[in-house]
Design a protein around this ligand. Structure first.
Ligand code: XMP
Length: 430
């Protein structure tokens, strides 16, 4: 293993991730583990140099104090306790450590080397994956989103053709998106990729369904059904890879993050499809996932793409989806993205897309009356998607986008810009 590690044991602190990030910022890899980890489990973790007992406000569970097992002190690593002073520590601290104290513990006491970087992380992860998987096969649902793409690239590097990627095109992808998944993974990275065009099937299921939540449920359930059908066709799969990332699992506040998970059913997969999980991004934060993708050679666009909802364009083609309006959303979205990229706005704006409602308005085209759909543009900035503000787009760019949409997108005769912040408008319209 290439990187030294400082282990944080979660004794009910809400600052676990902050601390992990501070240690990583010093160039030393850090993982958060539950307070009740055994000495044996701790010893199995690679290259541990020291342990931090991170106490905090959630230390009392059901009226009882939680603590580490006494044997942790005999594991042979330097230990400090922060927030709560504990007995038997090598160094005792009662408050949150300053950067100097943290540096002192990490480098002077633990003698850890600042060797945490993406190159080493990938090398270590590849080794871990190979020893977990052996010569068995791994299945991955590859949506083309950042997390699943980075997982795919990592697994291709580690086990090559033992990875089977299944890409389900639900027909609600953006223009060129499925094609780029095939191009990057099948053609460039030579992955074992099963491409399933399920567009017709999804559109059929969604016919005449106009309730947003019902649409989401249908898309989610159908996705699992298609994936499961493909999984059943494949033989001898023992592992399921997932793009679980650190924010998904930590900061629960009380009883900590999980260490090793196995034989789970995930995302509604049926009981009789039992897989062991492979989660190579388990310990990464979002920005680190992107850096990892770059290290693995994925294209910049794929790694730095804006968030895209699971139900895809389905929630932007308002009401009951029709092919005509779905095409209008897809084409107008492509134009918006193209113009944002040209003007550099793609680097600045958090999320930007188009919406096509299910009503028409009167207009004039080629000297004749027309009755067609509007396209609504939306471009928002946010930190956490809980609140959002509107990007003040330059007038000339708005005019250019409007002009192109009206000329190039069939069945559209009007373009509007949504000025509503969140609250009270959500980012998506459905
Ligand atoms: P709202 O519309 O709730 O969206 O302000 C906040 C963020 O979440 C995304 N979003 C979704 N993502 N499945 C997803 O995976 C969904 O059903 C869904 N709905 C909204 C949205 O694009 C925005 O980034």
């Amino acid at each position: 293993m290439k990187q030294d590690m400082i282990v944080i044991l979660d004794l009910g602190s809400s600052e676990n991730t902050t601390l992990a990030r501070e240690i990583r910022a010093l160039g030393v890899y850090s993982e958060i583990h539950p307070h009740d980890i055994t000495k044996e489990e701790l010893n199995q973790l690679p290259n541990v140099k020291g342990v931090i007992l991170n106490g905090g406000e959630h230390r009392h569970v059901d009226g009882k104090d939680i603590d580490v097992l006494p044997e942790i002190y005999e594991a042979g690593y330097p230990v400090i306790a922060i927030d709560h002073a504990l007995a038997c520590c090598e160094v005792k601290l009662s408050a949150y450590p300053t950067e100097e104290q943290l540096k002192d513990f990490v480098f002077a006491t633990c003698k850890a080397e600042a060797n945490w970087n993406m190159k080493n992380f990938v090398a270590d992860q590849v080794e871990r994956i190979r020893s977990q998987v052996g010569d068995k096969k791994v299945l991955l649902a590859l949506s083309g989103g950042v997390d699943s793409s980075v997982v795919a690239a990592m697994l291709i590097k580690a086990i090559g053709k033992q990875l089977v990627c299944v890409h389900v095109n639900h027909g609600l992808m953006r223009k060129g998106e499925s094609e780029s998944v095939v191009e990057v993974f099948k053609n460039q990275m030579d992955a074992n990729l099963v491409y399933v065009d399920a567009s017709e099937r999804f559109l059929k299921k969604l016919e005449n369904v106009d309730d947003p939540e019902a649409k989401r449920k249908i898309i989610g359930a159908e996705f699992i059904r298609v994936f499961e059908e493909e999984a059943r066709k494949l033989e001898g799969i023992d592992f399921l890879a997932q793009g679980t990332i650190y924010p998904d699992i930590v900061e629960s506040g009380t009883k900590t993050a999980k260490v090793v998970k196995s034989h789970h059913n995930v995302g509604g997969l049926p009981e009789d499809l039992e897989f062991e999980l492979v989660e190579p991004l388990y310990y990464l934060f979002k920005d680190e996932v992107r850096a990892c993708g770059v290290e693995l050679g994925l294209p910049h666009d794929m790694v730095y793409r804006q968030p895209f909802p699971g139900p895809g364009l389905g929630v932007r083609c308002l009401g009951a989806i029709t092919r005509e309006r779905l095409e209008a959303v897809r084409e107008s979205d492509a134009i918006l993205r193209e113009e944002f990229a040209k003007s550099g706005l793609d680097q600045k704006v958090w999320q930007y897309f188009t919406i096509v409602p299910d009503f028409k308005s009167v207009g004039v085209k080629n000297n004749a009356r027309c009755f067609e759909y509007p396209v609504i543009l939306r471009a928002v900035n946010t930190i956490d998607a809980m609140t959002a503000s509107i990007e003040q787009i330059d007038w000339a760019i708005l005019e250019k986008i409007t002009d192109r949409i009206l000329k190039e997108v069939p069945n559209v005769n009007r373009v509007c810009y949504d000025l509503t912040p969140k609250p009270c408008g959500t980012i998506e319209w459905e």
